[in-house]
Design a protein around this ligand. Structure first.
Ligand code: G3D
Ligand code: MG
Length: 189
């Protein structure tokens, strides 16, 4: 189709966007996944629209391009470029903040509205319940409740994560990339 010859065979690129209320740990999760770091300093310096990380999934080399917000999520005004062409959407809430969990519905709706994916019912979402490193007594959203939501929305994978302690972060992003890749394969056939 492109006529650029065999050398132009690019490694597949997956565009991943991270959504969720301000403060739930989106930037920290991305930083942990891409740079294996948990720092506060990082937040102030991220001016880029996205970060990339090369990964291997099922023996295939894939570039994941992770789009994080720069704080505009407070106004739910992320712009078209942010959503355009997304292959996967990571919805994040804080397990210690039930309001951030209640907002998942509206983040999902907003995504489906703005990105208008071809097959909304089978679009690869992943849900992350973050900050599980904090004291159990602070928890406001049980695993059971989160799983029920994910099930109801169409078998969305759910992971309990900590960007701070690097719990489940790699696992979550690997699963997400794999599901997005499987979805791509379906479309190309
Ligand atoms: P956001 O990008 O969704 O707005 P940030 O969220 O990544 O900026 O994180 C918001 C605050 O939560 C930051 O603290 C950050 O350090 C903290 N945080 C993020 N992930 C975790 C986690 O897994 N565990 C714990 N304990 N804290 C986390 P500050 O104090 O800078 O506001
Ligand atoms: Mg952020």
């Amino acid at each position: 189709m492109s006529g650029r010859g065999a050398n132009s065979r690019r490694r597949p690129m997956l565009k991943v966007i991270i959504l969720g209320d301000s403060g739930v740990g989106k930037t920290s999760l991305m930083n942990q996944y891409v740079n294996r770091k948990f720092t506060n300093q990082y937040k102030a310096t991220i001016g880029a629209d996205f970060l990339t990380k090369d990964v291997e999934i099922d023996g295939k080399n894939v570039t994941t391009q992770i789009w994080d917000t720069a704080g505009q999520e407070r106004f739910q005004s992320l712009g078209v470029a942010f959503y355009r062409g997304a292959d996967c959407c990571v919805l994040v809430f804080d397990v210690n903040n039930s309001k951030s969990f209640d907002q998942l519905d509206s983040w999902r709706d907003e995504f489906l509205l703005q990105a208008s994916p071809r097959d909304p019912d089978n679009f690869p979402f992943v849900v992350l319940g973050n900050k599980v490193d904090l004291e159990e007594s602070r928890r406001q959203v049980s695993q059971k409740r989160a799983l029920a939501w994910c099930q109801q929305k169409g078998k969305i994978p759910y992971f309990e994560t900590s960007a701070k302690e690097a719990i489940n972060v790699d696992m979550a992003f690997q699963t997400m990339a794999k599901n997005a890749l499987d979805q791509e394969a379906d479309v190309e056939l």
